[in-house]
Design a binder for this molecule. Structure first.
Ligand code: NAD
Length: 499
């Protein structure tokens, strides 16, 4: 029998958060004693104070991470031993699923059912997957002349700085932690100031599961303070960054101004969803785009926010999209059946409403939604919104909104669709919908994006790389390729006499 689901409101009322940083295996207040207020977007209520990390806290965390790396307490453990500890960590995440899901929902507003089924589950799976992988990877021997042996090996880099956003706080952290820790590195994680709570608990859970102290540190704080200090630090070997393209640019500058640390940027998106008139099941395409666009309040880097539809099927397609949109109307994130939750904070709410206003004033037509919702809750909610009559030149088609706003653009020819889909500074994901196998392959090849979906948009797995072309970034999270980011490739030449 399934356990009864918790009374999430009662659990939320009973929750006491510990907002202190975690450095060297211990919870500590910020060196300067400052905190910032952590507010829930569900109702605007304060959840408590969180340590406002600054350069001195980052220094302490990097020092602790460096010490842990250099003395080999983790890096020099056998891969099978690291695997064992990380599997315990993954199990402990699942054992704490209700608490982690509640923290995630209260902190950033997503529906509790998805915090549980998606965020906690994917976080544990990610850690476990890299744990399982690490004792199954072999290095290489080069095909050199017999007089020498050349070993090509991968080595852990050292101290990795991870700076992550608020839309999937735990999953984004896990995509860095999984490969970085499994490979033997130490990590200093700087969560978003909008969603610091689960990162702090994850680190505590990791320490309790046996991860040696200093190997995984968390310093919460603002981007321009703790984030900048981490990215400028002379003793950090690489930055795994997920966030906006604006801050991604700064990360590259920080590396240039400091020690040329490796910077792996996973940035924004404006993904194209291209529906041809030879795709028979228009309704399935329409339902898929609504589900993918409005999932996570539209706060997904890969949300299919630019929808290109052949003019012959556009009306039928839009009829279904307009009927689907209200099914994602925002509700109480702590209620088990809610599909869409709260926008992360008042600033992001204002940004999203500003884009809706821009769409209207540029002449696009609101087909569904278009307004703030649940104002009486004290939280930040927006209706799932669909714009028809958009052109690819409009602001709502060019800029990442990061909210539940879909822009629909009609096209006449395949060439026109490809040209418009690629006419974006972003290139994270794209999809093509066609029953013509030649067209599907042709368009999939032509689309400039890190991931292209054909006749679906939902598939996702830890086994495949995730990352962008163009200004959507350069790194790849997930899959075995992610190990490349957190390891150095070394060649060792060995002379063999007597051959
Ligand atoms: P953001 O760039 O504002 O912040 C991301 C992180 O960087 C936060 O921890 C923040 O505190 C920190 N930061 C901000 N300014 C900084 C500075 N000057 N120096 C150092 N660190 C700084 O992004 P956000 O609003 O938190 O997240 C939304 C963005 O993330 C969107 O653009 C979204 O597309 C992107 N994203 C990308 C992926 C991907 O895999 N490509 C996944 C999720 C989110």
């Amino acid at each position: 029998m399934n356990a009864p689901s918790p009374d999430w409101h009662a659990a939320a009322r009973a929750l006491r958060i510990d907002g202190r940083a975690l450095i060297g295996g211990e919870r500590v207040a910020a060196r300067g004693g400052e905190t910032f207020d952590c507010r829930s977007p569900i109702d605007g209520r304060s959840l408590g104070g969180v340590a406002r990390g600054q350069a001195a806290d980052i220094d302490a965390a990097v020092e602790s991470a460096r010490r842990a790396f250099d003395d080999g307490r983790w890096a020099r453990k056998a891969p099978a031993a690291r695997k064992k500890t990380l599997l315990r960590f993954a199990d402990a995440i699942l054992a704490a699923k209700d608490e982690l899901a509640l923290l995630e929902t209260l902190d950033m507003g997503k529906p509790i059912q998805y915090s549980l089924a998606v965020d906690v589950a994917a976080t544990a799976r990610c850690i476990a997957w890299y744990a399982e992988a690490v004792d199954k990877i072999y290095d290489e021997i080069a095909p050199t002349p017999h007089t020498a042996l050349a070993l090509i090996t991968r080595e852990a880099m050292g101290v990795i700085g991870a700076v992550v956003p608020w839309n999937y706080p735990m999953i984004m952290a896990a995509w860095k932690l999984g490969p970085a820790l499994a490979a033997g590195n130490s990590v200093v994680l700087k969560p978003s100031e909008k969603s610091p709570l689960t990162a702090l608990r994850l680190a505590e859970i990791a320490v309790a599961a046996g991860l040696p102290e200093g190997v995984f540190n968390v310093v919460p704080g603002y981007g321009h303070e703790a984030g900048e200090a981490l990215a400028l630090h002379m003793d950090v070997d690489a930055i795994g960054f997920t966030g906006s393209t604006r801050v991604g640019r700064k990360m590259l500058e920080y590396a240039g101004r400091s020690n040329l640390k490796r910077v792996y940027n996973e940035l924004g998106g404006k993904s194209a969803f291209v529906v041809f008139d030879d795709f028979a099941d228009t309704a399935r395409a329409a339902k898929t785009v609504a589900g993918s666009m409005f999932f996570n309040q539209g706060e997904s880097c890969n949300a299919p926010s630019r929808v290109f539809v052949h003019e012959r099927v556009a009306d039928a397609f839009l009829e279904v999209v307009a009927a689907e949109a209200p099914k994602y109307a925002p509700g109480d994130p702590l209620s088990g059946s809610t599909e869409m939750g709260a926008i992360v904070d008042a600033t992001q709410l204002k940004t999203v409403l500003g884009y809706i206003e821009a769409g209207r004033s540029e002449g696009a037509r609101v087909l569904a939604g278009g307004s703030q919702a649940r104002v009486e809750s004290g939280g930040f909610f927006v209706e799932p919104t669909v714009f028809d009559g958009v052109t690819n030149a409009m602001k709502i088609a060019r800029e990442e909104i990061f909210g539940p706003v879909m822009s629909v653009i009609r096209f006449k020819t395949e060439a026109e669709a490809i040209a418009m889909a690629n006419d974006s500074s972003y290139g994270l994901q794209a999809s093509v919908w066609s029953d013509n196998i030649n067209r599907a392959h042709r368009v999939a090849r032509a689309l400039k994006a890190g991931t292209v979906h054909v006749n679906q948009y939902d598939e996702d797995d830890i086994t495949v790389p995730f990352g962008g072309f163009k200004q959507s970034g350069n790194g790849r999270d997930k899959s075995l390729h992610a190990f490349d980011k957190y390891t150095e490739l070394k060649t060792t030449w060995i002379r063999i006499d007597g051959e």
